[in-house]
Write a protein that binds this ligand. Structure first.
Ligand code: SF4
Length: 473
């Protein structure tokens, strides 16, 4: 669905490259392919071996960077970031990569995820004299590294990482080294690729296809990769790992042409549509998917039921970001601006509307109404994930239960609220089956917390919204 109006937003994408003479230019292309992961800010920092140079700004990659600005970033190594508002809020200073200069050298950081103990670490660090330049949780890592004391940079980074809790895919760059770290639960996707002699790293493999790099492998939970003039080597900063990749990456966030842990996202979505069809009975005339993320699932659903797939909804692709506003009323207006029903397809028909998830319910209600206004006789809403009942603390912006309509409504209440003729969710087991991970642990290597409430890490009180803390008490 449309990230801006859905109320479920990914909070960043990262791309890095080491050992290429056009490092910043390649990073620019990599970031463009990750644009769906964040549209509020973008930045690139490059190194020429002596200095780190950075350009960043609010807006889309193409709005922040002109060709001239990319050329102002010479060097053989670069990291880049696209951002949705992470913990700490928006504003220019929070756009990444964050860049720090000190007498011992410079440091650039790009982060995808959310640190659940950032608040308490920040208090501790401020108590010891640290002065923070941003309100972003990411800056905590820079201070921890700088306060790491003795040892090599790598030792300081490992020590700092061992103090973090939560979800993080980090790119850490100095003048002559790129380090890549993934949290011990591997909550966010992160892959390594190769472009000639150069190494690349990206939140999604679709970035490798765009820049012509070859996929090597996924970064492992608790792994620290060190890339420099001697090549790439792998070390561990944590042995206590428990693979728990975010299930919503398959359901909604990632691009369909990306592979996560060897599973193609489009194929996983298509199987979830097939699985949902197995779990229900329906009589209808057409199946339509809510663009873009639900089209794969709608094709699978149509294939499994024999009900023809039709393009019943069209995305208005050239609507400017001006209309993307966080308030509820403007968000509702945004749905109208961004989607249109195809009257000729839905009029006089019983329509199955396949969508990937329901967060607040507002978007679903609007789309159902839109289809009915266009003449649909019935609208059956089929959701290819289970009800989202629990907030995410790992970098997705559903941070309170209050915002989640399934936390307080039964399926029947929700059906009535969105005005659908029927409403069906895929089961947790069905979703696991559809994605197709091996049963490496009880949760098949996936985080399912927003559906089940079983979080793969401890949840610290300073992570929670005050309302949720009350509910926990
Ligand atoms: S709680 Fe949900 S959205 Fe958050 S990481 Fe887990 S599966 Fe992903």
């Amino acid at each position: 669905m449309l990230a801006e109006v859905r109320g479920l937003n990914e909070e960043c994408g990262v791309f890095g490259i080491w050992g290429h003479e056009d490092a910043a230019q390649i990073t620019y292309y990599g970031l463009q392919s990750l644009q769906h992961r964040g549209q509020e800010g973008a930045g690139i920092v490059a190194t020429d071996g002596k200095h780190l140079h950075g350009v960043k700004g609010e807006g889309l990659v193409t709005e922040v960077f002109t060709q001239k600005k990319v050329q102002e970033l010479p060097g053989f190594g670069a990291i880049g970031h696209v951002r949705y508002t992470t913990a700490g809020g928006g504003g220019y200073e929070n756009v990444q990569p964050l860049l720090f200069h000190s007498q011992s050298g410079s440091l650039a950081l790009a982060h995808n995820g959310n640190l659940i103990n950032a608040t308490s670490l920040k208090h501790q660090l401020e108590g010891q004299g640290s002065i923070f330049q941003t309100t972003s949780d990411t800056e905590v890592l820079a201070h921890l590294i700088r306060r790491g004391g003795f040892g090599t940079m790598k030792d300081q980074v490992k020590h700092a990482l061992s103090m973090l809790k939560g979800a993080y895919a980090f790119l850490i760059m100095t003048e002559n080294e790129l380090m890549v770290a993934l949290d011990p639960n591997g909550l966010r996707p992160l892959s390594i690729g190769q472009l000639g002699e150069a190494f690349c790293v990206a939140s999604e493999t679709c970035a490798f296809d765009i820049v012509g790099a070859k996929f090597i492998r996924d970064v492992e939970p608790g792994e620290l990769l060190i890339i420099n003039k001697d090549g790439m080597r792998s070390e561990r900063f944590s042995m206590a790992t428990n693979q728990s990749i975010c299930t919503m990456e398959y359901v909604y966030f990632s691009r369909p042409d990306s592979d996560i842990h060897g599973i193609n996202v489009h194929s996983a979505r298509k199987r979830s549509g097939i699985q949902l069809a197995k779990e229900m009975n329906i009589e209808a005339d057409v199946v339509t998917g809510v663009p873009d993320s639900s089209i794969s699932a709608a094709i699978g659903f149509a294939e499994a039921t024999g009900i023809p797939y039709e393009m019943g909804l069209i995305k208005n692709r050239y609507v400017g970001r001006t209309f993307i506003q966080p308030s509820q009323s403007l968000r509702e207006q945004g749905v109208k601006m961004k989607l249109s029903p195809v009257r000729g397809v839905v009029e006089g028909k019983r329509v199955v509307m396949v969508d990937d998830s329901i967060v607040r319910g507002t978007t679903s209600r609007r789309i159902v109404k839109m289809l009915k206004d266009a003449g649909a006789l019935e609208v059956h809403v089929c959701i290819t994930s289970p009800p989202i009942k629990n907030p995410c603390y790992y970098g997705i912006d559903t941070s309170t239960r209050e915002e989640l309509i399934s936390a307080s409504h039964s399926v029947e209440e929700l059906r009535q609220a969105i005005g659908a003729d029927s409403l069906t969710f895929l089961s947790v087991e069905g979703l696991i089956e559809a994605i197709g991970h091996e049963k490496q642990n009880s949760h098949c290597g996936q985080c399912l917390a927003c559906f089940t409430g079983e979080y793969p890490t401890e949840i610290l009180p300073d992570t929670m919204h005050p309302h949720d803390k009350e509910l926990m008490c």
